[in-house]
Design a protein around this ligand. Structure first.
Ligand SMILES: Cc1ncc(COP(=O)(O)O)c(C=O)c1O
Length: 433
């Protein structure tokens, strides 16, 4: 693997680019995505999961970061795409992403979204609850289509992660409880429909997981269901989608696990279970988002206000915050950062990095070790490629940052910085009566 953090001239370099030069060229705050790193991650997944098991599929979870350009990269790498809304589906379609490789999720898809997906011919719809199956069937019949359906089940296992990004536990808004007396009837309904094709099951345990045992436990539970289906309907479950959730490096280098840590355990458990129950091995699907783009992105900010509260702490404030990275406030997410123009200097100070939004909770990093800083220095927050830009808002009417992609020696502006004017574009003024 390339060393993307080389440090010539004392500046912080990311994916071979001097981040101070990027800041000067494109302004701050700035999202920077390394296409090279994204592609490298997909290649690793290919080697570890697709090459040894040709029936398997890898889908990129577009909620982590989506743009038409990202869709092109995903397509180019031969991955499938997981979308969760009409907006994500529309983006993929505008980028001419092959619809048959789209997996459409959502715990509350609107009727319009279902019609959009069915008429576009998306590859698979992941049904989340029983009534939704009826709606998909009705719309498929109206549109004269046959829809591949996967059923999302809740495996009732709890991952070690923040409760806001835990989805596999019993009390979840997603999916059907696995211990469900109606399960056979529901599957029977899909199986017997002329407009639906039952393909299998989906679960997603949670996000940013650093353990693999929990995937084994979830698989064991779902395999019992697969066995039951075989006994009742004599059908082999074709697909088992085990979701995403693979953890990445945020503030602790040691947390990184190779992809094989997850997928080897997943495949081993599935093979063992299939052998034990005399079942055919299904095509296994993974849906990583964060693992592909998280470490491939950084955010560059400029430091403004510096404030010391004697005996308490020192704050450095940046020209962004909760509006471009809501994760620290939303679920206490941890990040690491460097001073881009002083990357060779000793880290003799400790700061809290505050955003500029009008919320006390707008603190990006607590207790960052850094060199002494001054107004105008540049702060690079690492591993912001996932769930930053895609969760960004205009809180306090902050224009959302531009997005720059890096490929080799080239940098390219792929999404313009919003302006005050563009924020107002949705609005109109009316006469007060
Ligand atoms: C159904 C589903 N699949 C995949 C993912 C991607 O998770 P991650 O980005 O942690 O890999 C999510 C995240 O919420 C999800 O809900």
């Amino acid at each position: 693997m390339k060393d993307h953090r080389k440090n010539p001239n004392g500046h912080y370099h990311f994916s071979g680019h001097d981040t101070t030069v990027l800041a000067k060229k494109y302004g701050t705050p700035l999202y920077v995505m390394s296409e090279d790193l994204i592609r490298e991650r997909m290649d690793i997944i290919h080697e570890a999961f697709l090459k040894p098991y040709p029936k398997n599929k890898a889908a990129y979870a577009s909620k982590a970061y989506l743009s038409m350009h990202m869709c092109r990269i995903v397509e180019n790498k031969g991955f499938h795409l997981d979308v969760v809304s009409g907006g994500e589906l529309y983006t993929a379609m505008q980028a001419d992403f092959p619809v048959e490789k789209i997996i459409f999720h959502g715990n509350n898809k609107s009727i319009d979204e279902i019609v959009m997906a069915v008429s576009a011919g998306v590859g698979t719809i992941v049904a989340d609850y029983e009534e939704e199956i009826d709606i998909i069937e009705e719309k498929a019949k109206e549109l004269d289509k046959v829809v591949n359906v996967i059923l999302r089940v809740v495996p009732e296992v709890e991952g070690k992660t923040h409760k806001h990004i835990m989805t596999g536990q019993k009390d979840s808004k997603f999916g059907l409880p696995i211990e469900n007396k109606a399960m056979l009837r529901i599957i029977g309904k899909i199986h017997s429909s002329s407009a639906l094709a039952f393909k299998g099951f989906h679960f997603h345990i949670g996000s940013n997981l650093y353990e693999n045992e929990i995937y084994r436990r979830a698989i064991e539970r779902v395999m019992h269901l697969i066995k039951l289906i075989k006994e009742h309907f004599s059908i082999d479950t074709e697909e088992l989608n085990v979701g995403g959730g693979f953890g990445i490096v945020y503030d602790d280098e040691n947390q990184r696990k190779p992809i094989s840590f997850y997928v080897d355990a997943i495949m081993d458990e599935i093979q063992q279970q299939c052998r034990a129950h005399a079942l055919k091995i299904p095509s296994v699907i993974i849906e990583p988002g964060r693992w592909i783009v998280g470490e491939a992105g950084i955010t560059i900010y400029e430091i403004g206000a510096i404030k010391e509260i004697p005996g308490v702490r020192k704050y450095i404030s940046v020209n962004g915050g909760i509006a471009d990275n809501i994760r620290p406030a939303l679920y206490n997410a941890k990040y690491d950062a460097v001073i881009a123009n002083k990357n060779d200097q000793e880290k003799i100070a400790t700061f809290s990095v505050a955003g500029k939004c009008c919320e006390s909770g707008d603190i990006l990093i607590h207790d960052l070790k850094a060199p002494e800083v001054e107004r105008g220095d540049l702060l690079v927050v690492k591993s912001t490629g996932a769930y930053n830009e895609s969760m960004a808002s205009n809180y306090n009417r902050l224009p959302r940052p531009a997005v720059v992609f890096l490929k080799g020696n080239a940098s390219k502006l792929m999404a313009k910085r919003e302006t005050y004017e563009s924020i107002l574009q949705r609005e109109r003024l009316a006469e007060l009566s």
